[in-house]
Structure formats: C-alpha cells, structure tokens
Ligand binder design. Structure first.
Ligand code: SF4
Length: 327
C-alpha cells in the first residue's frame, strides 16, 4: 500500500515577527510565529483581542512590513519581492475584513466597489466586461443583482459582508485572509456567511487563514487551528484534536467559556481566566501566560516554553507537557 504524500504547503510563515516601536519600547505583536497551510485548507487563528492574530494576517499579506522571518507562498519568500512582483502577488492573496464598510468608499455603488480591483489591475477587457463579471460575482455570493446600484449604507451587515467577499474574489485569488468576517453579524447571518465561505472554498479550491476570537465559529470552518496568546502561538492542532483534547491551559479556558446550547449542560464549570495580562511591550522572559495560569510554577516565570510536538500533529508551548506530563 502506498502512503499519500501530503500536499506541499500553499502558504508558510517561518519565525515571523512583527514588532511596533512605541514610546516605552518594542511591542511584540507577532513573535516568532510559524504556521503552514496546505492548499484548499483552512487554518483558524484564534485568541483574545490584542493577541496579534489580525497583525499576523496583515503581515502575511504584506499590508504591514515584517520585522523578521519568512513568508513563503508556494515555496517563494514573498518578503524578498519588489513592488512590481508584490503587485502581481496581491491578485493571489486577498483579505475579507470584519467590517467591509470601513475599507470601502461609501460614495461608491455596490457594483463599483466590486469592480474596482478588476479595473485597477485591468484583469478584464474593459468596463463592460468588468461589470458583467461583477454581476456574476454577485450571483456567486448570493447578492441580488438589483442591489448593483445601491450604496453600502443602504444594506444590512450580511449583505455588506457579501460585497466584501465578492470584492475579495474579483481577482481570482488562491489565498484569502478572513479577518473576523462574521464577528459583527447576528448569529443567524453568521451561519449563512460561514456556509457561503465554505461553499466558495470548495468550488474555487481556495485556501483560508481564518481569524476569529470565537472558538465556536472557528471549529466549523477550520481544518487546523493555531491558538495565539500575546503574539505567540501556544497550541496548534487539527480542529478535531484541539476540541477533543485541548492541552494548553489557555486553550482549555477558552473552550470552557464557549456557551453550551444543550440546556442540560448549562451548569458546566467555566474555567475563568484570572490575573493581569502581561504587557506585550518588551515582554519578560518566561511563559507569557504565567500571570494568569493556575498551573504556573517557578520555571514558567524563568524560561519560555517552546512550541513542541506533544503527540502526532499536536503542538503546545507549555512546561507541563515537557516529558509527556498532561494536565
Ligand atoms: Fe501555565 Fe507554565 Fe504552561 Fe505557561 S508554561 S501555560 S504558566 S503551566
């Protein structure tokens, strides 16, 4: 029997860092993050607000300059690309924002917004072709063509997000960073948008980096999940493994806080994270979660735990798992 060879990654980061200079020192927004995403798969990136997940997505797209490390797209380090090369690369890598309204010109109509990138990059043979393609993209994202002349403020959040998705698809990308794309939407609309993103992924063979603070959202869409805390990846596993056997104390606390739909489970114990969040500015040595971790011990405050393989396909950065000890 021959073993299936895993597909070469579409996107990888290697020891990626993004620091911001602030008055008090250096803010370590993304600190030594290495992730791998296979073609047609979704990597969910989850963590609290301020953990660096959105900065990671924007740095990967080179909307922010990386401080150090590598970003490999099909094996090529795009950090070495010049402006012209990057302009071509932008067609392949797109982003869907949490609030598309903040990233679009409110004076433009829906059709103009969706057609804009195609006109800038001249990917169609003229305006008529661009607007024909716009109409097709509206069909793809489930936005009725009668809204083509409407303005974004006339539409609800779900329809506005469909504009953002159509615009992201307009250049036929291979990779999309979905940055909290459903966080601002009602729960019923969230499900529709998530299903739409999954259908589009299957039809077009897309690869996603899906950023969210909500583990219950990421579960449905992700093949693998990276949990971030204060700029670092603290746990990395397949979606099923992470939910069945969360190993890092931070992930365990996040999972225990997911609201339980089953009324019989409503009384379950929630692992509330107490303590002060450490500063991301010139963070001290040791584990960054130590100030909030109920398992913290001496070594945790002295030595940073490395993100290491604990079982097949499952990595954590926690001293308690060194030598095979589980919580
Ligand atoms: Fe907690 Fe120590 Fe593990 Fe950090 S290394 S998560 S402080 S037990």
């Amino acid at each position: 029997m021959t073993q299936e060879t895993p597909a070469a990654p579409l996107l990888e980061t290697k020891n990626l860092k993004k620091y911001f200079k602030v008055r008090e020192g250096w803010l370590h927004a993304v600190d030594d993050v290495s992730v791998t995403i296979a073609p047609r798969k979704t990597l969910g990136v989850v963590g609290e607000s301020g953990c660096g997940k959105s900065t990671l997505g924007r740095t990967i797209l080179r909307l922010l300059d990386a401080t150090e490390g590598q970003i490999l797209f099909k094996g090529q380090n795009i950090l070495t690309y010049n402006r012209k090369e990057m302009r071509e690369m932008r067609k392949k890598m797109q982003i869907i924002f949490q609030d598309p309204y903040s990233s679009i010109d409110p004076r433009m109509s829906v059709a103009e917004i969706i057609a804009e990138y195609m006109l800038i990059h001249k990917t169609c043979s003229g305006r008529t072709a661009a607007f024909q393609r716009t109409a097709e993209l509206m069909d793809t994202v489930g936005l009725a063509r009668r809204y083509a002349g409407a303005y974004p403020h006339e539409l609800d959040g779900g329809r506005r997000q469909r504009i953002g998705i159509a615009r992201a698809l307009s250049l036929d990308p291979e990779f999309i960073v979905c940055d909290e794309p459903v966080s601002a939407l009602d729960v019923s609309i969230q499900a529709q948008i998530l299903n739409l993103l999954m259908d589009i992924q299957e039809d077009r063979g897309l690869t996603y980096l899906f950023i969210t603070h909500d583990l219950s959202v990421v579960k449905h869409i992700s093949d693998e999940i990276a949990v971030m805390y204060l700029g670092q990846c603290v746990e990395y596993a397949s979606s099923d493994t992470l939910f069945e056997n969360p190993m890092h104390p931070y992930t365990q606390a996040l999972l225990s806080a997911i609201p339980e739909p089953d009324i019989a489970m409503r009384g379950k114990k929630i692992d509330i994270i107490k303590g002060e969040v450490a500063s991301p500015i010139d963070p001290p040595a040791g584990c960054r979660f130590a100030s909030r971790c109920r398992h913290a011990r001496g070594v945790c405050r002295e030595k940073a735990p490395a993100l290491a393989l604990r079982e097949e396909g499952h990595l954590t950065a926690c001293h308690l798992h060194e030598g095979g000890c589980n919580l």
